[in-house]
Design a protein around this ligand. Sequence first.
Ligand SMILES: C[S@@+](CC[C@H](N)C(=O)[O-])C[C@H]1O[C@@H](n2cnc3c(N)ncnc32)[C@H](O)[C@@H]1O
Length: 239
Amino acid sequence: MSKKLFVVGVGPGNNKYITDIAREKIQLSNYIVGYKYTLKIIEHLFDKNNQCIYEVNMKNQEATYQNIYKKMRDGEFCLIPFTGDVNFSESEVVDRLLEIFGDENVEIIPGISSIQIASSKSRVPIDKSHIISFHVTSDIKLKKIELIKAVLDRKNVILVPRPWPNNLSKNFMQSDIAFYLKSNGIKTSEIDVWVFEYLTDSEKERIFRGKLSDLENKKFSDLSVMVIDQNNRQTYLEV
Ligand SMILES: C[S@@+](CC[C@H](N)C(=O)[O-])C[C@H]1O[C@@H](n2cnc3c(N)ncnc32)[C@H](O)[C@@H]1O
């Protein structure tokens, strides 16, 4: 039996959104490796006497994944939790884990994404929305064009912005998005928008609702999802 990896979605900000299968895999694992924020969501499930827990950050994650892979014996399990759904806006790391462990040794367990929670709260369905993650390290030029096109096509857009604390010129947060759309000829004062901060966090969750133009010079948390709401409700009685 080879070394196995579970890549698991948890949260996105509250342990009520941990699925039973995620719990099961957490309990089965010998090694658990994650970012501080994500580990916190599942820490009540750890058995610290029998599991090795590693906290990683962007700088040390590569070395840690490689060290753990070397240290693991055949038949052991490692688990890496991701906030929300593993299959949304996590591929830069997940693709690397697939390279290290090999596709056949990795099981991906989906979670509940922050964009699903934002969809529920705004009542804007995902299947009637264009979904964009700006939370990537690669160039976002084409994604920005995709955004303009979706808004001009009168689609809803559910997006995660790009915080880049060490290089503000790379930021693409709510205010930048509002200015960018306005500078591309979009009537931002006529388009409804929602911003959801700290979703599912019972103490910190905040909801902003207004027009796109209201976002200019407004600051929101890095942990936020934005919904451009151009929704047209249509029931089965109308089709
Ligand atoms: C790398 S992406 C990961 C998204 C995650 N996989 C998901 O499905 O929600 C990180 C971004 O997701 C958004 N996000 C994650 N959890 C959130 C929460 N609890 N509330 C608001 N936004 C959240 C924020 O925009 C954050 O910067």
